[in-house]
Design a protein around this ligand. Structure first.
Ligand code: CA
Length: 239
C-alpha cells in the first residue's frame, strides 16, 4: 500500500511542486495550507508529516510539540525558513525527527523522507519479531536505553527521545569508543550520502548532550574528536 504523507505548507508554489514530486515517488499525498486543515486531515493517520514552521494560523514547532505531548509519534520532517541553529534546535526539541532548511534540494528532501519511512518500517518489523531483549537493552551511566520500548529511562523517569535520536544512539552504541566522522553519521544514520550538511549532526549532538551529560559543556560520554566528528564512551572512568 502507498505510504500516506501529509504536507503542511502554505506557500502555494512550493506545496504544488512538492506534492507533484512526492506523488511521482509513489506516495499518497494530502496537502494542508494551515494547521487547522492539518488537524482535520489527521483524523486518519499518516506515515509521515512534512511540516513548515511559519503557517498562517500558528507555528509548526508548537504544533509538533503538541502532537508529541498527545503521544502522537508520526515521523516529522520540519521545513525551517531560517538556518539559525536556534530555530533548528527548538524544532528538534519539540520532537521533530529531522529538518531541512529552505531553500533545499528536492532530491535531498526525497532521500530524507525515504530514509525516515524505511526506518519506520524496520521499527514495525522489529515489533513483530521475537524479542532479543539483551541486545535491545543498553545501560550506561544512569541511563537505560530500551530499543524495544523505544524509550530511554533514567531512574523512574522516561526521557523524551525521537526516533532519529534513538537511531543515532544505536549507531553510537554499536560503534562505542571509536571516533566516527560526521559524514559517516550522515550516511549511516540519516541515510544521506554526499551531503555536506554536517551541522545536522552537530545539532543532534547538542541534543544528546543535553539529555545525557551532567555538564553538556564538558561532555563525558559524547566526545568531540577534533577535525573528525564524535566518539561515544559509555564508561568514561575506564578511559
Ligand atoms: Ca510558511
Amino acid at each position: 500500500m502507498n505510504k500516506r504523507l501529509l504536507l503542511v505548507e502554505d506557500e502555494e508554489h512550493l506545496a504544488f511542486t512538492l506534492e507533484f514530486n512526492l506523488q511521482e515517488e509513489g506516495y499518497a499525498v494530502d496537502v494542508a495550507s494551515s494547521l487547522g486543515q492539518a488537524r482535520a486531515l489527521m483524523r486518519t493517520p499518516y506515515d509521515l508529516i512534512v511540516l513548515d514552521v511559519m503557517l498562517p494560523d500558528g507555528n509548526g514547532v508548537a504544533f509538533c510539540a503538541s502532537l508529541r505531548a498527545q503521544g502522537d509519534h508520526t515521523p516529522i520532517l520540519m521545513l525551517t525558513a531560517k538556518g539559525t541553529s536556534d530555530d533548528i534546535v527548538t524544532g528538534l526539541d519539540a520532537g521533530a525527527d529531522d529538518y531541512m532548511t529552505k531553500p533545499f534540494a528536492l532530491q535531498e528532501l526525497l532521500g530524507r523522507i525515504a530514509a525516515m519511512l524505511r526506518r519506520r518500517h524496520w521499527d514495525l518489523d522489529s515489533e513483530l519479531a521475537p524479542s532479543t531483549s539483551k541486545e535491545n537493552l543498553f545501560v550506561f551511566g544512569d541511563f537505560v536505553v530500551d530499543f524495544d520500548a523505544h524509550e530511554v529511562r533514567q531512574d523512574d523517569r522516561v526521557l523524551d527521545v525521537t526516533e532519529l535520536e534513538l537511531r543515532l544512539l544505536r549507531f553510537f552504541i554499536d560503534n562505542q569508543n571509536k571516533a566516527i566522522a560526521r559524514q559517516t553519521l550522515l550516511s549511516e544514520v540519516w541515510h544521506v550520502s554526499g551531503a555536506n550538511n554536517t551541522r545536522t549532526v552537530d545539532n543532534f549532538l547538542v541534543r544528546l548532550r543535553r539529555l545525557f551529560e551532567q555538564d553538556p559543556a564538558r561532555p563525558a560520554h559524547f566526545l568531540t574528536v577534533r577535525g573528525i566528528g564524535y566518539r561515544f564512551v559509555p564508561n568514561p572512568e575506564q578511559h
